[in-house]
Design a protein around this ligand. Structure first.
Ligand SMILES: [Zn+2]
Length: 158
């Protein structure tokens, strides 16, 4: 897919996101949960190394699980989560068998679908990165809910 087509697809997806007056990780999560009909859990997975794989998204029958490596900063954490959210918004998925989960100990049951970075070059990754940046801009454009909580993390993790 050409860069132009990816950009167009991402812009369209971004425009369809009704995030209310104060976009936050929380409102993006709520939008996805409503669309997918499942709650999303977000957890740090210390066994995930984070050099080449920072985040993973798995769809189970009753919920969606986003796991991430130990982030370098709160901004980094926001980027990882937005990237995984972007895959969900764009409807990307891979089958569980396309990723070797045995290299990532600590997973519960085998998920129905797994989203994870396979290559930095593929279109889905480029689109997810682009959308994550747009979402980040939407979050950061609005005044934070609380001075120490620029991304609304307390709502997501509290
Ligand atoms: Zn990705």
């Amino acid at each position: 897919m050409s860069k132009l087509r990816i950009r167009r697809q991402v812009r369209l997806a971004n425009r369809q996101l009704d995030l209310g007056e104060n976009p936050s990780l929380n409102s993006i999560q709520a939008w996805i949960e409503a669309r997918r009909g499942r709650p999303i859990t977000i957890e740090e997975l210390p066994t995930m190394k984070g050099d080449d794989l920072c985040g993973l998204c798995m769809t189970y029958e009753d919920y969606i699980s986003v796991v991430h490596a130990t982030p370098k900063s709160s901004w980094h954490l926001q980027q990882i989560i937005l990237h995984e959210f972007a895959h969900l918004i764009l409807g990307h998925y891979r089958t569980a068998t396309s990723l070797d989960l045995t290299k990532l100990p600590g997973f519960p049951d085998t998920p129905l679908q797994v989203l994870g970075r396979v290559s930095y070059e593929d279109d889905a990754e480029a689109a997810a990165e682009m959308l994550a940046d747009l979402l980040s801009a939407r979050i950061n454009h609005h005044p934070p809910a609380a001075p120490n909580d620029p991304a609304g993390f307390h709502k997501v993790f509290g």
